[in-house]
Design a protein around this ligand. Structure first.
Ligand code: GDP
Length: 603
């Protein structure tokens, strides 16, 4: 289920049909005589009769008020409790707390990840097409974002968008939909950058990984090399004493795919995936859209409970009454069980992928919650411009222990290792530091996604994010801290972990300029003809010279000119000439990042 955080609420106080025991009935606004009879587990005719004897004439579809409900409940020796709905508008933060005896096994939900061209799409297609060979109906399929197959009678759901971009996007929105990651690695290519990224994403999400060593039909295939390379990432094959399943396959020819499905079911069994089909459904939106024929539609992954045609639900802040449900084969369903993905119509708008949905027992309640959530979304947008503090980044593991996830990006392997080693030595009681990624290179979009999904802090050492990456970090409220001295980084982090970080002066970027030309001028040195691409640059700015995202020089400006005049400031969209104090090795294509010192609150 969803990642735990300190704001989560237990859902057991939300009345559901299943929670109504023989002598307790939950009163809901808009309750009908029939609802009351169902709650009491008595024939509706008998309830109508009791009402009549109490001076109330009503038919079974009539709404009854709380007092009348109470009278009837007393007649049947039942207690009437009020529905607790105050928190229901925060349903996306709830952790479902079903009683163990209500839980049954549910099918696994699998995402396929790996480097580009290693065969993810081919594998998804081969598995989808294997339905006929496995004795299921085939036919023309449509892309709805997920599909389910049955292997030896046991269903497996596949998320039909391979790669980790969608996976991390979902996680960033707090949605955990994947139970098992199948990591596809081409045996003729081995571990590649996106293989590594996929491993980090899967590990951060605490998803078990099965390795599919693909393209074994190729003469250049070398599965042993893949095993050896992946061992370095802690994925050690069973044959070598580890616990990771490596399945050699040819996604193209279908070799080994059955064994892969068997492995998925094996891992699923070990994971003991469970759900309670007898509750109102909850789950996550996988994809959504709108077209003329269907109106608004969305693919829902049911994660608990059973979704039914006619159900009233809220997804994101949109109300829906489920009109139709169908799978990728256009097969229509009246009910969708846990782990099933269905495309649903009947939505009042288009939700976002990653939005949670929840079914409510009455239309009135669902509409009310959707409306309240709309207002909340608006208020939240206003409020969310505040940056995250370090405190917000702590994940509460239990009442006492906290975790802080860290991503280290450094200019050299040596510094990354040194930082990692030093960070792991920081010892603060009740706080655990998890380094979820540590590598060399500039801060990338994928780092931002991983940080956003894992609530992590990015530590950059002698590297700087490019402007578009910085913008994305700001938008996703990802905190980046940049250091030049290892000691400063360790010191800051230690203080942060102790909750003692004082407000400090920090550099605030004011703008960026791109070097388009260079000239040598005697006495002055190199003058760079620049174009300010973002923000502004001031003549007293501190600057960093970035070449391919790596800091080449840090210092301050010497001169800033427009045409022949010295100026104080140049804004985005204008050209300027500048020189850097004590540095002449400026090259075309370099990026100048300008900043100034400002007092900031470190949180
Ligand atoms: P993706 O980018 O990971 O989704 O990779 P694709 O599924 O698009 O595959 C990339 C290329 O590799 C395509 O030309 C496939 O036909 C080919 N390919 C995929 N699996 C295999 C395989 O098992 N054997 C061989 N020989 N080629 C494969």
């Amino acid at each position: 289920m969803a990642k735990k955080n300190k704001n989560e609420k237990r859902i057991s106080n939300i009345p559901q049909k299943v929670l109504e025991s023989a002598n307790v009935v939950t009163y809901r606004e808009g309750m009908t005589v029939l609802d009351l009879a169902n709650g009491l587990n008595k024939p509706v005719a008998l309830v109508i009769k009791k009402l009549f004897l109490n001076g109330i004439v009503a038919n079974q579809n009539q709404v009854i008020d709380r007092d009348a409900c109470e009278v009837i409940c007393l007649e049947f020796d039942c207690e009437l409790k009020d529905e607790v709905v105050t928190d229901a508008i925060r349903f996306d933060e709830f952790v479902i707390d079903d009683k163990p005896e209500e839980l049954v096994s549910r099918p696994p939900v699998v995402t396929i990840m790996g480097h580009v061209d290693h065969g993810k799409t081919t594998l998804l297609d081969t598995i989808r097409n294997s339905r006929v060979a496995l004795g299921e109906a085939g036919g023309i399929t449509q892309h709805i974002g997920a599909y389910q197959i049955k292997y030896e009678g046991q269903p497996i759901t596949f998320i039909d968008t391979p790669g980790h971009a969608a996976f991390s996007e979902m996680r960033a929105r707090g949605a955990k939909i994947t139970d098992i990651v199948v990591l596809v690695v081409a045996a003729d290519d081995g571990v590649m950058p996106q293989t590594e990224e996929a491993i980090e994403h899967a590990k951060a999400a605490k998803c078990p990984i099965i390795v599919a060593v693909n393209k074994i039909d190729k003469p250049a295939a070398n599965p042993d090399r893949v095993m050896e390379e992946l061992s370095r990432y802690g994925l050690i094959p069973e044959a070598w004493g580890g616990d990771t399943i490596f399945q050699p396959i040819s996604a193209l020819k279908g070799t080994g795919v059955k064994q892969l499905l068997e492995s998925i079911l094996l891992v699923a069994e070990m994971e003991e995936l469970k759900a309670n089909p007898n509750r109102l459904a909850i789950g996550t939106v996988i994809e959504a859209g709108m077209d003329k024929a269907r109106g608004s539609y969305a693919t829902f992954l049911v994660q608990n409970g059973t979704l039914k045609v006619g159900d009233f639900l809220v997804c994101g802040d949109i109300f829906a009454k489920v009109r139709t449900m169908e799978d990728d084969r256009h097969i229509k369903f009246q009910e969708a069980l846990p782990s099933q993905a269905v495309m649903v119509t009947g939505l009042d708008g288009v939700p976002l992928a990653g939005d949670k949905f929840m079914v409510f027992s009455s239309e009135q309640q669902a509409r009310k919650i959707a409306d309240e959530r709309k207002i909340r979304t608006k208020n939240k947008e206003l409020e969310e411009n505040k940056p995250k503090s370090i405190d917000d980044l702590f994940n509460t593991v239990d009442n006492k222990n906290k975790e802080l996830n860290i991503i280290i990006k450094a200019d050299a392997q040596g510094s990354a290792e040194a930082l990692k080693g030093s960070f792991l030595k920081i010892d603060v009681p009740d706080v655990t530091l998890n380094i979820i990624r540590s590598n060399v290179g500039t801060i990338s979009e994928d780092d931002i996604n991983l940080a956003s999904g894992s609530n992590a802090l990015i530590i950059g050492f002698n590297v700087r994010p490019m402007p578009q990456v910085k913008a994305s970090a700001d938008a996703k409220k990802v905190q980046i801290r940049l250091y030049k001295v290892i000691y400063d980084a360790i010191n800051d982090l230690t203080l942060a972990l102790k909750g003692l970080l004082d407000p400090v002066y920090e550099e605030v970027e004011t703008g960026y300029a791109e070097v388009r030309q260079t000239f040598k001028v005697s006495k002055v040195g190199t003058i760079a003809g620049c174009y300010v691409t973002e923000g502004y640059i001031q003549n007293n700015a501190l600057i960093r010279l970035l070449r391919d995202g790596v800091v080449v020089y840090e210092g301050k400006l010497n001169t800033l000119r427009r045409f022949k005049d010295d100026v104080k400031e140049v804004k985005a969209g204008y050209e300027c000439g500048l020189s850097i104090d004590g540095f002449n090795d400026i090259k075309v294509g370099d990026i100048i990042e300008a900043s100034k010192m400002e007092e900031v609150n470190n949180g």
